[in-house]
Design a protein. Structure first.
Ligand SMILES: Cc1cc2nc3c(=O)[nH]c(=O)nc-3n(C[C@H](O)[C@H](O)[C@H](O)COP(=O)(O)O)c2cc1C
Length: 188
């Protein structure tokens, strides 16, 4: 059981990365193998919309996204964490999501028989404010991203009203919820 954690915040050890780390630690404790990717430390260009992947099943841009394709394909579950930026995911997260069009093409256009589907995907996000519709955009995006790359939304942890770096550490209920999410991802 391999769980892939993707950190989408450029703020290292910020709120979403702390929640992701909690989730991955509890998944590991529950017996899963875990791997974490921090998008802001990688070189991931935006999608060019060139259509190359629709013919070849791979992306023409040879940057760090190439390794992520393989990790997504190998993972049995994924936990994707991003701060809420302007009612959406961060630009780091969105760049990786858009580049996943290559996996979508492999699956839906080229119908690669090795493509596994229905794996469990979890979304973690934190926002400073408390509006009811804060996460609407990112939930839709994450749902379709998960489906495009062989996952389905199995759970999410959405936190409102937490802004300062590391302030989430004062919110025991969310740390606990992240641990539960990790256990669930590990199949416990
Ligand atoms: C560029 C930027 C845009 C943001 N946009 C929003 C927003 O639209 N709504 C909101 O409630 N918080 C917004 N925030 C606040 C972050 O969501 C909040 O600080 C969050 O805790 C950051 O998580 P992190 O520590 O994992 O980076 C924004 C922060 C930044 C830096």
């Amino acid at each position: 059981m391999l769980i892939l954690g993707i950190a989408g915040s450029p703020r290292r050890n910020g709120n979403t990365e702390i929640l992701l780390d909690e989730a991955l630690a509890s998944a590991r404790q529950a017996g899963a193998e875990v791997e974490k990717i921090v998008l802001s430390t990688l070189n991931i260009a935006p999608c060019r919309g060139c259509g190359y992947c629709e013919k070849k099943g791979e992306c023409i841009i040879k940057d760090d996204m190439q390794g992520i394709y393989e990790k997504i394909a190998a993972a049995d579950a994924m936990i994707f964490a991003s701060p809420n930026y302007f009612y959406h995911v961060s630009a780091y997260a969105k760049a990786a999501i858009d580049r996943s069009q290559a996996l979508w093409a492999r699956n839906h256009i080229l119908k690669d028989p090795r493509f596994r589907q229905g794996k469990k995907g979890y979304f973690i996000s934190v926002a400073a404010t408390k509006g009811a519709r804060l996460f609407k955009g990112s939930i839709w995006t994450m749902q379709y991203f998960f489906e495009a790359v062989g996952f389905k939304m199995a759970g999410r942890l959405l936190v409102r009203g937490v802004d300062g770096k590391g302030e989430i550490l004062k919110e025991q209920q969310y740390l606990e919820a992240a641990r539960k999410l990790g256990e669930e991802a590990a199949g416990k």
